[in-house]
Design a protein around this ligand. Structure first.
Ligand SMILES: O=c1[nH]cnc2c1ncn2[C@@H]1O[C@H](COP(=O)(O)OP(=O)(O)O)[C@@H](O)[C@H]1O
Ligand SMILES: [Ca+2]
Length: 486
């Protein structure tokens, strides 16, 4: 081969190698060239109501953190499934409207592969304690209803308090993309109507095995503390607290229950079984079944009365939250969701110091009931009348129960959603059951997307320049050759 062609050969070889590198990188980087979405459905059968969550994720990226998003939610009309104990068929029927909506929201060709899970929480735990047969019938009824849809039915069951706490923790940390980073995680505080959960990575040893859960996620080990207090959701706690007041006052004053946790001017006739119709309160045999529930609107007396539902005098560990339950010192930031958020957000108390929160709440509780109703004509009066109690309960639970202080109060973030997805146990439950959180970290793309685009751009530019140089070189050498001939 003539020597003058050597540079051409080298240029061509360089170009070929360049093209091969570009093709290889683009194949590795863009394995899925177009995105297909997959779906999953979880029903949260809570004590007060049932919600249907539809999740969506890119089919090829299901093992990456933060990829699963909430696409849609539907609130089932009426009360929670545990309220159908006398009419179990009604429980299954109640789900129809939301399940039909799910059929509309998910593309038909995905229906057969879309898993459906139903998890029932504390309302059903209480019904199971009260009447196991009835709780089975209710679960059978919702199972039958869910099986009639074209989705892939994966079961309807009562989840444990530990699962409820741990999956809530997984949800908030998955959505905050904390799981693949060496940085800290977010503790999870969930307040329901019938139970409440606290879950976090503690700094101290976990002294009771009931409160300890271990996970290996994306190559990291997590040693979690979790506890679920049955009967300490806000609706059952109200019954506990009213029950205590009734026990001490009805004997002397059988007509009126004077309650500092309700607004002055609030007066509602109630019956004793209204308060004692749950396994959380002991049955009281009282001749007079009717009483008048009268509000006093006194925040500090309200807090005093709520403190009585927390037993802090027994503890067989180095430290306890309440009722003899082991709890290490709270550590790190916390996401407080569900009713923690609903109540504190309604009262605009999500971003003040603990002292200011107490001051504002005291003023709110002492506001006359008439004025509260006038200010919020559209809010359901049952919810409205209970916000003073609920917020006082939340402060007492967090401060006296879990031992948050004015110093770490700001570590509690009252949240409803992270991105488009609700904070709650449902997402974590689905991620776990579909094995979407691998124990080991999945392969990362070769380079971040921005770096990839820049790289490809400059590489393409380089090849263009090389082609230009080859062209110029050829033109010059042919001209020289022609001159030589002449
Ligand atoms: O808009 C609201 N304002 C106040 N409380 C609410 C609102 N929406 C839901 N809640 C309350 O949140 C709680 C949800 O509890 P859930 O039904 O999940 O019970 P569970 O988790 O104990 O089984 C209930 O006490 C319900 O009344
Ligand atoms: Ca709940």
């Amino acid at each position: 081969m003539e020597r003058r062609y050597m540079p051409v050969v080298i240029f061509l070889a360089a170009i070929t190698v360049g093209i091969i590198i570009m093709v290889v990188i683009s194949v590795v980087q863009n394995k899925p060239l177009y995105q297909k979405y997959k779906y999953g459905i979880v029903l949260d059968a809570g004590s007060s109501h049932t919600s249907v969550f539809i999740y969506e994720w890119p089919a090829e990226k299901e093992n990456n953190t933060g990829m699963v998003q909430q696409k849609h939610t539907c609130n089932v009309k009426g009360k929670g499934i545990s309220s159908y104990s006398a009419n179990p068929q009604g429980a299954g029927a109640s789900l129809q409207e939301c399940m039909n909506e799910a059929k509309q929201k998910i593309p038909a060709h995905r229906h057969p592969e879309t898993p459906v899970y139903l998890g029932a929480t504390a309302g059903m735990r209480l019904l199971r304690m009260e009447n196991e047969e009835a709780s089975k019938k209710v679960l059978d009824s919702v199972a039958l209803s869910l099986k009639s849809y074209p989705f892939s039915y994966q079961g309807a069951r009562i989840i444990s308090g530990q699962e409820e706490g741990a999956f809530g923790w997984i949800t908030v940390n998955y959505l905050s993309e904390n799981l693949r980073k060496p940085t800290g995680t977010l503790g999870a505080l969930d307040l329901g109507g019938a139970s409440t959960q606290i879950t976090f990575v503690p700094q101290q040893k976990i002294e009771s095995s009931d409160n300890s859960i271990d996970f290996r996620l994306y190559g990291n080990n997590y040693h979690l503390y979790t506890h679920s207090f049955l009967c300490y959701g806000k609706d059952q706690a109200l019954k506990l607290s009213m029950g205590k007041k009734l026990e001490s006052t009805l004997k002397t004053d059988p007509i009126e229950l004077r309650d500092p946790c309700f607004h002055p001017g609030y007066k509602v006739p109630r019956t004793v079984p209204d308060v004692f119709n749950t396994p959380c309160t002991k049955e009281l045999k009282l001749a007079n079944e009717n009483f008048l529930h009268v509000g006093l609107g006194n925040w500090s007396q309200c807090q005093q009365s709520i403190r009585k539902v927390f037993n802090t005098s027994i503890c067989s560990y180095s430290k306890c939250s309440f009722n003899g339950v082991f709890q290490p010192s709270v550590y790190g930031d916390f996401g407080a969701f569900s009713a923690f958020f609903f109540v504190m957000d309604f009262l605009n108390l999500t971003s003040d110091s603990l002292a200011t929160t107490k001051e504002k709440l005291a003023a709110y509780c002492s506001t006359p009931w008439e004025k509260i109703v006038g200010n919020h004509p559209k809010i359901d009066q049952k919810y409205l009348s209970e916000y003073c109690f609920s917020a006082t309960y939340i402060l007492t639970l967090l401060e006296d129960g879990y031992k948050f202080t004015s110093n770490n109060w700001k570590d509690i973030r009252f949240i409803k959603k992270i991105g488009d997805s609700d904070a709650g146990w449902t997402l974590g439950y689905m991620l776990n059951l579909t094995n979407m959180i691998p124990a080991e970290a999945p392969d990362m793309p070769l380079m971040p997307y921005g770096g990839y685009v820049t790289f490809m751009f400059f590489f393409a530019l380089l090849i263009l320049v090389l082609l230009l140089l080859v062209y110029l070189y050829f033109r010059r050498s042919t001209r020289t050759a022609q001159k030589d001939i002449i």
